[in-house]
Ligand binder design. Structure first.
Ligand SMILES: C[S@@+](CC[C@H](N)C(=O)[O-])C[C@H]1O[C@@H](n2cnc3c(N)ncnc32)[C@H](O)[C@@H]1O
Length: 302
């Protein structure tokens, strides 16, 4: 009997170590460490790479979201516009120019490449019956020459950008959640926008990269800062600001909220179960605010 039990000892120890490991190292952290050991992902690329269809879907979704926000909010389609962090997308710029804006500033690290993939997407947007896109972005469509007088690239980030003139409309899509210094970002928005001008920001407050689906959407808010810093040392990471912090910034920098629409929400039960594990900064935030994952805010400068 004793001999028989001794044979089991290594298995018992192994099982104990496994359950201890599981207790200490959550799945997401393990996945993150594994992926950190792999080749790092490109944060930004000028080229439209990998999967054309996915990129096409994303660019069309950006255009539809922008057009709905402009039309739904009765925002005038005149004057000068600016898109902050357009990434590899030029279709939103084309929409703004086609709809009536005279010029678009693009605040982004690099200007997107106009290659055959970009052309196909721009043409698809121009062919979509529900979008105002009409390839107005080009000075010469045949030579694929972008109209440099109407599309002006401002290299860098908004916090350090200086637009050459005030604008009437500001737009960003999936950018605000990456902004580390919200105060400076909103200060620049307020400086850049004319009084009475509108801005539309669509942003995504759920986990990004290795901390998104199938990892539940707010689990990334449970890690203490030091673990998050190890997992995502890059400055372009999701900055983990909660929704009330954005509302505070709009008000502080002189913007009235015209509308705020939640496009995707976390289940309440999930928010309730995760609450005890949330990092300390989020403990005072209501369940309702925490459920907001994808949101579009239209604001107007006083
Ligand atoms: C998730 S990508 C979104 C790109 C594009 N709007 C889209 O939805 O496909 C975020 C982009 O915002 C840019 N970005 C991040 N922080 C920024 C800032 N503070 N000012 C301007 N651009 C920023 C990044 O360079 C990146 O291209």
């Amino acid at each position: 009997m004793f001999l028989h039990a001794r044979k089991l000892v290594p298995y018992v120890i192994k099982a104990r170590v496994k359950s201890f490991e599981r207790l200490l190292v959550p799945q997401a952290v393990k996945a993150s460490i594994k992926s950190l050991l792999k080749k790092p992902e490109t944060v930004f690329t000028e080229s439209l790479i990998v999967n054309d269809e996915v990129v096409l879907d994303r660019h069309l979704r950006i255009c539809r979201t922008l057009q709905k926000a402009i039309d739904g909010g009765g925002i005038p389609k005149t004057g000068i516009a600016c898109e902050i962090g357009n990434g590899d997308c030029l279709s939103s710029t084309d929409l703004l120019l086609s709809a009536g804006f005279s010029k678009v500033y693009l605040v982004e690290f690099a200007f997107p490449k106009v290659d055959c993939h970009q052309m196909r997407i721009l043409q698809a947007a121009a062919g979509a019956p529900d979008l105002e896109n009409s390839l107005a972005i080009f000075k010469n469509i045949a030579s694929q020459e972008v109209d440099a007088g109407r599309v002006v690239h401002i290299p860098g980030i908004m916090e350090t950008a200086r637009l050459p003139e005030p604008v009437d409309f500001l737009f960003s899509f999936d950018v605000l959640e990456h902004v580390g210094n919200l105060d400076l970002f909103f200060e620049r928005c307020a400086e850049s926008l004319r009084p009475g001008g509108y801005m539309v920001h669509k942003f995504d407050l759920s986990g990004h990269g290795i901390l998104e689906d199938p990892i539940p959407p707010l689990d990334f808010q449970t890690y203490p800062d030091w673990i998050y810093d190890i997992l995502f040392p890059n400055p372009g990471r999701a900055a983990r600001n909660p929704f009330p912090e954005f509302l505070r910034m709009f008000a502080k920098h002189g913007f009235d909220i015209v509308s705020s629409e939640t496009l995707r929400a976390a289940p309440r039960d999930y928010v309730r179960t995760i609450r005890p594990r949330l990092r300390a900064d989020l403990q005072g935030i209501s369940d309702e605010m925490l459920t907001i994952l994808d949101v579009i805010v239209v604001a107007r400068k006083r």
